[in-house]
Design a binder for this molecule. Sequence first.
Ligand code: NI
Length: 133
Amino acid sequence: MQDASPQAPATRGQRTVINPLAKARMIDGQWLPRVIAEMNDYQFKVARIEGDFVWHQHAETDETFIVLEGELRIDLRDGALVLRAGEMAVVPKGVEHKPYAASEVKLLLIEPRGVVNTGDAQGERTAPNDVWI
Ligand code: NI
């Protein structure tokens, strides 16, 4: 289990009201997921994304996407899911996926602490983990 990053607020999001979309708007770049809260070993992360991500999968965990703003397409090897604001989807562990956004999407991700955004793939889209906003 990882320790909290220095950026983690002392409360770690507990007993406070959190606005995920407002938090997403505070991020100063795209493809930089930021942790806004934790529940047990799970983290809630917001991100701003635009364009193409990389094909990847997470061997150890499912991954939940909730769209806050914009329209997100999650490409799967056998099709695609299109999510609009207020919609969500769970990508099962081991299933290859590639998020895509024609214009900027703000989203909320729910996954266990320590999950790397690019899963089994590496590259320029791999972002630092456990950074809070
Ligand atoms: Ni993923």
